[in-house]
Ligand binder design. Sequence first.
Ligand SMILES: *Cc1c(COP(=O)(O)O)cnc(C)c1O
Ligand SMILES: [Zn+2]
Length: 422
Amino acid sequence: MTFVTGLQCRECGQDYPKEPLHVCETCFGPLEVVYDYDRIKKTISREKIEARAKNLWRYRELLPIDGEPQAGFHSGFTPLIRADRLGEVLGVKELYLKDDSVNHPTFSYKDRVVSVAISKAIEFGFDTVSCASTGNLANSVAAHAAKAGLNCYVFIPDGLEQGKIIGSAIYGPRTVAIKGNYDDVNRLCSEIADKYGWAFVNVNLRPYYAEGAKTHGFEIAEQLGWKLPRHVVVASAGGTILPKLAKAFKELKLVGLVDDGDCKIYTAQAAGCAPIVQALKKGTDLISPVKPNTIASSIAIGNPADGYYVLQAVKDSGGWGEGVTDEEILDAIKLLARTEGIFTEPAGGTEVAAAKKLIQQGRIPRDESIVISITGNGYKTLEAVARSVEKPFTIRATLESFDDLYHQLCQPAAEKAIAGET
Ligand SMILES: *Cc1c(COP(=O)(O)O)cnc(C)c1O
Ligand SMILES: [Zn+2]
């Protein structure tokens, strides 16, 4: 069962077969998966999807597999959470969080794209999978490769957080840290992919990989009762997820799963690495690469491969974008944790902080439905917030010691409580 007709160049429209290809030989444009939407429309229905297991393969007709899925049987279908306490602070009426910080198995949105890429790698008969990563992708590729019994090499920039490094190493891949930033890693990986012939999920399998990101959007719509939100804020790094959200919403309408409605999409970047937001604000389609300098390491890509398509998707939807400082990111991580009980990494802090800014600017109206994507988990990046949270109070193991502490912490309320007890 497949509804994929082939690959096609996004720029010149040349057709390519369903193979591990990613760039057009004629114009070097990126290749995109093409589906037979008429046939999908005839077979797919809300009821059919709702009856399936709660993972990303419930949208399998709109994913680029030939036959049965081979990986990612528990990835996706993360919670969409009504966020009234955060909404109150931000002064908005209808706020939701799409919480990929609890995606299975490695706690970021990357488990979506990797599920599809590893499934394709197995279909194509590769025995070694690999990736160029800012951290989360390496975690996910390593975990999915372990589960599938594939050899795995992951490439990361040196100097990543411990949680990201150990969070790959535990699954037993070979981890290679490159002296440099992600853009150096990515350049090298293109050469390695050519020479070694491995399945690089975000290089030669990129057209298939990227399709997995659509499931983030499919789920948002399904979880809202098959409706699109009016606004979505999501971080951009290499530029995969944002244009795929736009594609997901478009496809849902094309195949009749969602009746109508328009969603404005907003890109969130760290001010220390905001090439896409800068181009957006300058009003140019030309993205000038930057040298990343931010705590948001998982979105620190200075030369985004699909930045141009992020700009197009943002503009087509009527959305916008914002850059936020590291300080705003840290404040937003704490705000999210303290209002909604969700601990995100700096990328998620960037998403919340950018949403806050866009709301304050009046770019996002306060009385319409808003989804903030939370794309990564804070337990991987403890270093980022370690210095900005309260340290534990260390006391002796006596009631007296605690009474003293309690007295200090919250008198006079504490005095009353103690008096009442004794
Ligand atoms: C990779 C990543 C993103 C977005 O990256 P794109 O390359 O633009 O799809 C956002 N948040 C986190 C935590 C990520 O790891
Ligand atoms: Zn082309």
